[in-house]
Design a binder for this molecule. Structure first.
Ligand code: AMP
Length: 306
């Protein structure tokens, strides 16, 4: 099986209290693909300019990511400039340059339309919708977005959200989209738009899933050093969909485990800048943290006999 992703492929400039990087590999689709490729085959859809270093495309190809859907066109690659202060749950965007994404209309290469799981990573919601309409047979459609699109393209975003199964968003963005301070009330009003579940990313506090029939909360895996939170959300989604694709079933139980996988992959991403925390990551490293996570979150509810 395989997972299709459409999203940004970017050159990021990021500053955190622990350092800074300039024009490094980033983008929502890249973080997602770097994470998902640990589990399954990824079909990537996006666009870069002729200035995009070939070594980045090689990196993706070496991980088994199908990059036939990554168009290279005349012009500049998408660029994003962001920073974080010690309150690392809050991303501050300093600049967003859509560049070649401004005129991009995706056409899926042969074979992509058979992808069973589809992730619409953070990008223009009109582009997300264009891709969605080309994979009508998908078993699971998941969307992520951010304040830039909620504020700038609200109506297009509502159309995309109403056509998917799961919405994954940051806590502050869920509040912004639903215009509600209360996160649970906000999630319920997003469910009314059509999706079956809303997964809320809460940074260092973990993730929370709300559906009509279920509620699940997972803490973040505890890490003592967070160098750069960029891409945590996309690699969370990557671990989640990668696990689901491999598990071959989309049951409430599988979804819970998938959320834990997402949480664990994200815990590696944030340990370094760009995708460096994922470069040498192996499934055995994920399995190790998964076992620890189980232990950290377990409690025995049998009454004490003493
Ligand atoms: P995350 O930290 O997981 O939310 O995602 C960070 C990635 O999103 C960065 O690598 C950026 O290149 C990318 N990004 C930032 N703003 C946008 C935007 N408006 N549309 C698409 N991608 C973006």
């Amino acid at each position: 099986m395989s997972v299709l992703v459409v999203g940004s492929v970017a050159l990021d400039t990021v500053e955190t209290p622990f350092g800074s990087v300039t024009e490094v590999l980033g983008g929502s689709a890249v973080y997602f693909a770097a994470a998902t490729s640990l589990y399954t085959k990824v079909n990537l859809v996006g666009v870069v300019g002729t200035d995009f270093p070939a070594e980045h495309i090689r990196f993706l190809a070496e991980r088994g990511v199908d990059t036939r859907g990554l168009a290279v066109v005349e012009g500049q690659t998408f660029r994003w400039v962001g920073c974080y202060d010690y309150e690392q749950n809050i991303t501050q965007t300093l600049d967003t340059r859509l560049n070649v994404f401004a005129d991009f209309h995706p056409t899926l290469p042969p074979g992509y339309e058979g992808s069973e799981l589809v992730f619409l990573a953070n990008i223009d919601p009109d582009l997300q919708y264009e891709v969605l309409s080309q994979v009508s047979g998908a078993r699971l459609r998941v969307v992520d977005t951010m304040n830039f699109w909620i504020r700038g393209k609200g109506e297009s975003l509502s159309r995309t959200i109403s056509a998917v199964d799961i919405v994954i968003m940051d806590e502050s963005e869920v509040r912004l989209l639903a215009r509600s301070q209360n996160v649970i009330a906000a999630a319920k009003s997003i469910l009314e738009m059509g999706p079956r579940a809303v997964i809320i990313k809460r940074g260092e506090y973990g993730a929370l899933m709300v559906s009509d029939t279920d509620y699940f909360v997972a803490p973040a895996y505890p890490v003592a050093q967070v160098k750069d939170p960029t891409g945590a959300g996309d690699s969370f989604a990557g671990g989640l969909l990668g696990y689901l694709d491999q598990a071959k079933e989309i049951t409430p139980q599988a979804l819970r485990k998938a959320i834990v996988h997402g949480t664990i992959v994200a815990s590696f991403t944030i340990a370094d800048f760009s995708i460096d925390g994922l470069r040498s990551l192996r499934r055995a490293d994920i399995a190790h943290r998964y076992r620890e996570f189980k232990r950290f979150t377990h409690f025995d509810d049998k009454e004490s006999t003493s």
